[in-house]
Design a protein around this ligand. Structure first.
Ligand code: GLU
Length: 404
């Protein structure tokens, strides 16, 4: 399923429940601005290469557009539009005063040298600098973008505009105005919700499978492992590893650092990115890309809980199948909101030029995300809908209130 169709279907489910007028629904569906730019950089071999870049500004009724920039070979305008819409919902669910946007470059960053990556990152900031700023649109990291990339972009932006406030980008390195805790925030937010579920359902040493071993997936694996949960399988883009008795995640992380991949971790069996979704575990955590659980494989999902750390991993049709099977899906717009919540904290710290300790950041994050979780749960129960539709209903109400 095309991610944009999926995002719109999810939005429509909630709009229907709320009885929104077609004109209102249209204004929620449509991005405010779509910016497409070609970026030309000089490669290390002296040749020139052009890359397609995007920024989609979906909605700013509640505050400046906010959302990451993705560097991925399969990045495309439909995906960026979907991701921007999801950001608008997510920031409203989290109740932080920012809106939704997203950016991207169609590139495989693994094929670039560090200097090429820097040139490309600076080129993105240069092409987009007129459209962004602390009160206009605040980008951040996403798939395959890092604090270092944010530092290059922010530096380029500040040079071009003479702007002194560092808050045009979030997810920056700590010595460049970053916030403590931002690096772990996406997983940490989901983990607070997971801890609550483990307590509520009295799960003893829950078994966990995690698809994706980037910032979100790897940090989640570490948090689960340290909490004494049994992480039985993890995968990265090349496939992954399974050990039914539980993986030692500290050792898995070291193995990945030395070998560049998870495969062949001693004492484990190989598992594919497809197979991991169908494991018989308590909690399945998709933490990679969109459109992983679809109408084709939803019936094979055996987990009791699906926690969406990725954006858009479950298609709208698959959602219905999981709901009927009684699987509890913690939707992306809630489960992975920790990242943007701490990004917002970073904006606040940049504006005041006052910096908080990690424990301060994390306790504020915990309070915020657990409150959203409680609200989403109650909304879903009250309206007899799944958690995703409950989350969207809350978000749409908040968006419309801001518009008024
Ligand atoms: N890219 C992250 C997300 O999808 C974080 C966005 C942000 O911090 O602005 O939520």
């Amino acid at each position: 399923m095309n991610p944009l169709d999926n995002a719109i279907a999810q939005l429509e489910n909630a709009a229907k429940k709320l009885g929104l007028k077609p004109s209102v629904l249209r204004s929620l569906k449509k991005p405010k601005k779509v910016i497409k730019k070609k970026l030309q950089i000089v490669l290390d071999n002296g040749k020139k290469k052009v890359y397609q870049a995007y920024r989609v500004q979906h909605n700013n009724w509640r505050g400046p557009f906010k959302g990451g920039i993705r560097f991925h070979p399969e990045s495309n305008i439909n995906e960026v539009k979907a991701l921007a819409l999801w950001m608008a919902i997510k920031t409203a669910v989290a109740n932080i005063p920012v809106g939704g946007g997203k950016g991207g470059i169609e590139v495989n960053p693994k094929e670039l040298s560090k200097t090429e990556l820097e040139r490309l990152s600076r080129a993105w900031a240069k092409a987009m600098h007129k459209y962004i700023g602390p009160k206009i649109d605040v980008p951040a990291p996403d798939v395959y973008t890092t604090p270092e990339i944010m530092a290059w972009m922010n530096d380029e932006y500040m040079k071009l505009t003479g702007q002194k406030n560092k808050g045009t980008f979030t997810g920056k390195p700590l010595n460049q105005g970053g916030s403590k805790g931002r690096d772990v925030a996406t997983a940490q937010g989901g983990f607070y919700i997971l801890q609550d579920l483990v307590k509520t359902y009295k799960l003893k040493k829950p078994s966990i499978a995690i698809q994706g071993f980037g910032n979100a997936g790897m940090t989640m694996a570490q948090l689960c492992y340290r909490a004494g949960y049994k992480v039985v399988a993890v995968t990265d883009s090349k496939g992954g590893v399974l050990n039914a008795r539980g993986l030692n995640i500290d050792k898995v992380v070291k193995h990945k650092e030395t070998n560049g991949k998870l495969k062949n971790f001693p004492g484990s069996k190989a598992i594919s990115n497809k197979q991991i979704l169908e494991l018989n575990v308590d909690v399945l955590i998709p933490a990679a890309l969109d459109n992983q659980i679809t109408i084709k494989n939803a019936k094979n999902v055996q987990a009791d809980i699906v926690m969406e750390l990725a954006n858009g991993p479950t298609s709208n049709q698959a959602d219905m199948v999981l709901f009927k099977k009684g699987i509890l899906v913690i939707p992306d717009v809630l489960a992975n909101a920790g990242g943007v919540i701490v990004s917002y904290f970073e904006m606040v710290q940049n504006a005041k030029n006052v910096y908080w300790s990690k424990s301060e950041v994390l306790s504020k994050l915990k309070e915020k995300i657990l409150l959203s979780w409680q609200q989403v749960y109650q909304e879903a129960v009250k309206n007899d809908v799944n958690l995703r539709t409950g989350a969207y209903m809350i978000a749409l109400n908040r968006l419309l209130k801001a518009k008024k």
